[in-house]
Design a protein around this ligand. Structure first.
Ligand code: THU
Length: 160
C-alpha cells in the first residue's frame, strides 16, 4: 500500500478585471449567454462560452424540458455545437456562469459530472488540453485542463 496525493493547481481571481483581456471577454460572454437559458423549471440560468483555437467564440445556455432528463446543461449545448460544426478545431477555453433567479451566484458555477465527462472526451478527441473558467460574482476560478476538474478521467482505451 502507498499513500498518494493528487494535487490540483488552479488560479483564483477576485474579479474578471484581474484576468487577461481574452479571458475577460470569455467571462463576459458566459454571463451574456445566460440570456439564452430556457429554465422555467429550475429558474437557474447557466451560460457557457467556448473559445476554439482558431479564435471562434461560441455561446450556449441550459435548455430545460417538461420531461426533465430531456433537458441539457449549457456546457454540453455549446460543446456539442462545437463538435457538430467545428469538428476539427480544438477547444481553447470554456467559461461557465450560473445565476439563480437572475442573480449571478457568489460561488463559481461548478459543472456536473456528465459535463465534465463530455469535456474529457473533447480533450481526448483533439489531443489538446483546454482551460475551464468557472465564474462567480465573488471569485472566478481558472483550471488549465479537464484533468483538473475530473481527476482519473474514464477512458475506455486505458481501462486496466
Ligand atoms: N446546469 C447546467 O446548465 N450546467 C451545469 O453544470 C449544472 C446544471 C443546468 C441544468 C438545469 O437546467 C439547471 O442548471 C438546474 O440544474
Amino acid at each position: 500500500m502507498a499513500d498518494k496525493k493528487y494535487i490540483i493547481n488552479y488560479e483564483e481571481f477576485a474579479s474578471a478585471s484581474q484576468m487577461t483581456p481574452e479571458d475577460r471577454e470569455l467571462v463576459a460572454a458566459a454571463i451574456d449567454a445566460q440570456k439564452g437559458s430556457y429554465s422555467p423549471y429550475s429558474h437557474f440560468q447557466v451560460g457557457a462560452a467556448l473559445r476554439l483555437t482558431d479564435g471562434t467564440l461560441l455561446k450556449g445556455a441550459n435548455q430545460e424540458n417538461a420531461a426533465y432528463p430531456s433537458g441539457l446543461c449549457a456546457e454540453r449545448v455549446v460543446m456539442f455545437f462545437a463538435g457538430a460544426n467545428y469538428p476539427d478545431v480544438p477547444f481553447e477555453t470554456l467559461a461557465i456562469a450560473g445565476s439563480d433567479h437572475g442573480v449571478l451566484c457568489d460561488s463559481p458555477a461548478s459543472p456536473c459530472g456528465a459535463c465534465r465527462q463530455v469535456m474529457a472526451e473533447y480533450q481526448k478527441k483533439h489531443n489538446h488540453p483546454f482551460n475551464i473558467i468557472l465564474v462567480g460574482s465573488k471569485r472566478i476560478r481558472k483550471f488549465h485542463c479537464v484533468d483538473d476538474v475530473l481527476p482519473f478521467i474514464f477512458d475506455s482505451l486505458s481501462v486496466d
